[in-house]
Design a protein around this ligand. Structure first.
Ligand code: SF4
Length: 209
């Protein structure tokens, strides 16, 4: 546990970083809010439709100290930091999450849930992938379940995961950007199953990264 370590010690912990930038959260319940995105490198899930394949190999990305990442996040003025990837839970997020919180940011994460939870997290978005299923230990902490839907089979997958989430978790279905034909399927399903809602990649409609 790193909670009792000094800020200087935590700032020295480094993570493979693909990119970090201040933008608008485009997806899910916090869609439309400004947020500082921290995209950690490394992913062992390997979805064929992944739109950040360049994040998979962490060895091609620099190791960046927590202190540098947190300083940039704090200076951006953001109130929310979103740790994403890649699969961010391949890394122990304690140092990064503690320091982000110390600087007054809420810490959100977007994960497939396929590796153990770590860090101090204010909002957990589980985006489960059939290619590497979420660990059972992750489900009790899920705030938002967001399932990418391309075809009917994905709706069964969504329900399978929803059963394991807390009752109060927000349930969202999201069309895959390159497969807009699934929108009709999702709209029809949500109308018949109103416990679900729809998440769109609104940042892509706005053409912001
Ligand atoms: Fe891409 Fe995310 Fe799937 Fe990894 S889990 S392959 S980063 S979509």
């Amino acid at each position: 546990m790193l909670e009792n370590q000094s800020s200087a010690f935590l700032d020295d912990v480094s993570y493979p970083l693909m990119e970090d930038f201040y933008t608008i959260q485009g997806e899910g319940m916090h869609s439309g809010k400004p947020a500082y995105f921290i995209r950690l490198a490394g992913c062992d899930v390997q979805c064929w439709w992944c739109d950040v394949k360049e994040s998979w190999d962490e060895s091609i990305h620099p190791k960046v100290k927590t202190g540098d990442i947190v300083q940039r996040a704090a200076q951006s003025g953001a109130k929310i930091a979103v740790i994403t990837g890649g699969e961010p839970l391949l890394h122990n997020l304690e140092a990064l999450s503690i320091r982000l919180r110390e600087e007054g940011l809420k810490v959100h994460i977007e994960t497939s849930g396929s590796s153990p939870l770590s860090g101090h997290l204010d909002w957990i978005t589980l985006s489960p992938k059939r290619f590497k299923k979420p660990l059972d230990e992750v489900f009790p902490y899920v705030d938002e379940l967001k399932v990418v839907v391309l075809k009917n089979k994905d709706l069964e997958w969504a329900e399978e995961n929803a059963k394991k989430c807390p009752d109060e978790a927000t349930l969202l279905l999201q069309p895959e950007w390159e497969t807009p034909s699934s929108i009709g399927l999702i709209v029809d399903y949500v109308k018949r199953h109103p416990e679900w809602g729809i998440s769109l990649q609104t940042h892509k409609f706005m053409n912001v990264r």
